[in-house]
Design a protein around this ligand. Structure first.
Ligand SMILES: NC(=O)c1ccc[n+]([C@@H]2O[C@H](COP(=O)([O-])OP(=O)(O)OC[C@H]3O[C@@H](n4cnc5c(N)ncnc54)[C@H](O)[C@@H]3O)[C@@H](O)[C@H]2O)c1
Length: 316
């Protein structure tokens, strides 16, 4: 391991749902020029992506990644590039290649240059044998390719920490709800899309059943969790360091539609499950986040009502 080339931060998959907001928050905290946003795509002309340094970088190109890390003086990587669950079910080979291959590129670079890494996991690591409230330590037997790649990501992260001392940290994000960037092909996208449809058309056709209950979180809480775990004292983090459960809000699709209808009179929602219902059914209703609370003080700020108010007022 050689010393980190510098103190700047590189974000992979930065143009996605999380990256758009994380880059903005990191630039406010560390200064615009200290954050290098990268993605395989480029921001479009109409994009509201935050202004600042940007490069095209595929996480599958490990040699280019190492070159960029050296040239740009990088010390920390937030690794967000991935293929999400719904897209991954349609193209499992790509999902495996990007999610596992991309994570290996980042971890190898981190091992070479002593980088600190944030590599998010997901509630998709759980499968049908998980209790309804998924424990931190429990069976990880996902049925989706996406979930399997996330379990592999956690195993790799822990191995790089234990074998090579690479400071890898991660969270098992629930479905994330935000209004600044569109959701990126996940099974929980209905909880984002419903707001735009409600404001624009007063109606939404929801692709999971009314009684589908999943763990969710408002993006502001997710960004705060990401920054908190990266700032946490390393000595306080145990073996869950690569995939802490973090609890946000648990609600059914019907409860979400009802809350929106209370605020947008006349809003209607039909529930027409498609292939994503099977994925949703394989995931738990909620998670137990005691380890995150005890080890680095995690606590969500947003409940269902507050999240719905924020989403409607920002989208309107
Ligand atoms: N959004 C959620 O609800 C959620 C929930 C759980 C976990 N996560 C995890 O958080 C991370 C970020 O998720 P997101 O919602 O921002 O995803 P997203 O799909 O919105 O964004 C992913 C980005 O990765 C980019 N990308 C794809 N292939 C690439 C490659 N080969 N090289 C570089 N970039 C590439 C895409 O262009 C896209 O901009 C992922 O690891 C995801 O698994 C997200």
């Amino acid at each position: 391991m050689t010393e980190s080339p510098g103190d700047r931060i590189l974000v992979t998959g930065a143009l996605g749902q999380i990256g758009t907001e994380l880059v903005s928050s990191l630039r406010q905290r560390h200064g615009k020029d200290n954050i290098l946003a990268t993605d395989i795509r480029s921001p479009g002309p109409e994009s509201n992506f935050p202004d600042g340094p940007f490069s095209n970088l595929s996480v599958l190109d490990g040699a280019k990644m190492e070159r960029v890390i050296l040239e740009e003086g990088i010390g920390t990587v937030f690794h967000l590039a991935a293929i999400l669950s719904a897209t991954g079910e349609k193209n499992p080979e790509l999902c495996q290649r990007v999610n596992v291959g991309g994570t290996v590129s980042v971890l190898e670079a981190a091992r070479d240059f002593d980088l600190k890494v944030f590599a998010p996991s997901s509630i998709a690591v759980f499968g049908p044998d998980s209790p309804n409230i998924a424990p931190q330590e429990g069976p990880l037997n996902p049925t989706t390719m996406y979930g399997k790649t996330k379990v592999t990501g956690e195993i790799l992260g822990l191995n790089y920490w234990k074998q090579y001392g690479v400071d890898v940290r991660g969270l098992r994000f629930p479905g994330l709800i935000s209004w600044k960037a569109p959701a990126g092909g996940g099974t929980t996208d209905y909880a984002v899309d419903i707001f735009r449809a409600a404001v624009d058309h007063g109606h939404y056709d929801c692709f999971v059943s009314e009684d589908t209950r999943l763990p969710m979180m408002y993006m502001e809480d997710a960004i705060r969790a990401t920054e908190s775990i990266m700032q946490a004292d390393p000595g306080s983090l145990g073996d869950s360091r690569v995939g802490y459960n973090i609890k946000g809000i648990s609600f059914t699709a019907g409860e979400l539609a009802d809350k929106i209808a209370e605020r947008i009179p006349g809003f209607t929602c039909d529930f027409i499950p498609d292939f994503r219902q099977k994925v949703a059914d394989s995931w738990p209703d909620d998670v137990d986040d005691e380890a995150a609370r005890n080890e680095w003080g995690w606590e969500a700020n947003y409940d269902l009502g507050r999240m719905v108010d924020e989403m409607i007022s920002n989208i309107s």
